[in-house]
Write a protein that binds this ligand. Structure first.
Ligand SMILES: Nc1nc2c(ncn2[C@@H]2O[C@H](COP(=O)(O)OP(=O)(O)OP(=O)(O)O)[C@@H](O)[C@H]2O)c(=O)[nH]1
Ligand SMILES: [Mg+2]
Length: 333
């Protein structure tokens, strides 16, 4: 996805990102970005929209969305560092009248959150030596105030390198931020959304269901199982315990050692969501696979794309790092 926005040294890259994202290779970062625009589009009734701030970002946004919705597959693995400048625009509150001047109305401002995402290939921290992309990633983690950390339970069960990546990244960031006097409490200042990705994957969803971590929301017509907010951290811990690498168990401790407890939030996400048979009309525990192998050796998204918990972490981060911008609506995810 190389483009003029992503070439080293251009002006875009010098801007501070509000939200930076990282996670191991193949953990679902680019798919998450693609799903973000679908998710916000689906939530159109709520009035929230995602728009590209410049022509390149708009083109990339459309490209990512079309990959999921038209090509019905996943974006290709990221090769070149790509910079997306997006804006989330919320609904403008109703015009207000001032009691002392009732004949004039004051137009209230629509909430607006700037999302500057750097999308990089996830294997950067697998490489011991420093390189320009790795430096750019660490710079973006240092400069942003909202972080999205992607944890792929399936990869962790097979490859088991999340701890190594996280540990390496956090130590680099801490080395840059915590050695001076600015953050005397010894914690990083960021808000962090820890996202367990690919919840739709049977290995993940079945684990959640079988171990009693899910419940159905009676207000959800599709009855899709969800992990309630207060159990997500425990579910994340469980996935870490089940991982290939025994160090993974320490991931939660590592995160909690580096960030303030009240600035960490765990989410269980899926970029494509589960398959729902239109005739059946609700979640079927025996038939929810939404990603299937195609004849060409790739993957096809079988049914509708219904992202789960994709806009929630972003809106949460937006409301935490720019509280004023989100004042007109409460978004707790
Ligand atoms: N079932 C399922 N699979 C997913 C989901 N998101 C991503 N995947 C799978 O994971 C693969 C990698 O996803 P990407 O979004 O490219 O991951 P990435 O973190 O951007 O990877 P790099 O760019 O290589 O670092 C995809 O090609 C899909 O096969 C999801 O929500 N559900
Ligand atoms: Mg990618």
């Amino acid at each position: 996805m190389a483009d003029s926005d992503s070439t080293p040294g251009d002006g875009e890259r010098d801007r501070e990102p509000d939200i930076a994202m990282w996670g191991a290779s193949g953990s679902g970062k680019t798919a998450f970005l693609a799903a973000l625009s679908v998710a916000l589009n689906k939530a159109r009734d709520s009035g929230w929209r995602l728009i590209g701030e410049n022509a390149v970002s708009r083109t990339e946004l459309a490209k990512l969305r079309n990959t999921l919705l038209q090509a019905r597959t996943f974006p290709a693995p990221t090769e070149a560092l790509t910079h997306y400048s997006w804006l989330i625009l919320g609904p403008a509150p109703a015009p207000r009248r001032r009691w002392w001047w009732p004949w004039a109305t004051r137009t209230a401002k629509a909430p607006k959150v700037k999302l500057d995402f750097l999308d990089l290939r996830g294997d950067l921290f697998a490489e011991p030596e420093s390189n320009i992309d790795k430096k750019t990633l660490v710079d973006s983690l240092v400069q942003s105030r909202g972080l999205i950390y992607m944890f792929d339970p399936d990869r962790e069960a097979r490859v088991g390198d999340a701890f190594k990546h996280l540990d390496a990244a956090l130590h680099e960031v801490a080395g840059r931020m915590l050695t001076g006097d600015e953050y005397e409490d010894g914690k990083l200042p960021h808000y962090i959304a820890v996202c367990v990705t690919k919840f739709d994957d049977p290995k993940v969803l079945r684990t959640a269901m079988e171990r009693g971590y899910t419940e159905r929301d009676p207000r959800d017509d599709l009855r899709i199982p969800r992990v309630p907010e207060d159990r997500v951290r425990d579910f994340f811990r469980l996935l870490c315990r089940d991982a290939q690498d025994h160090n993974a168990e320490m991931i939660v401790d590592l995160i909690e050692a580096f960030f303030h407890a009240d600035r960490i939030r765990y989410f269980v996400t899926s970029s494509v969501g589960v398959f729902i048979d239109e005739d059946h009309g609700r979640f079927d525990p025996d038939d929810f696979l939404n990603v299937i192998d195609n004849a060409g050796g790739g993957l096809t998204i079988r049914g509708a794309v219904r992202p789960l918990n994709v806009m929630e972490p972003v809106i949460w981060l937006g409301s935490m790092i720019r509280p004023g911008a989100m004042r007109s609506r409460r978004w707790d995810g």
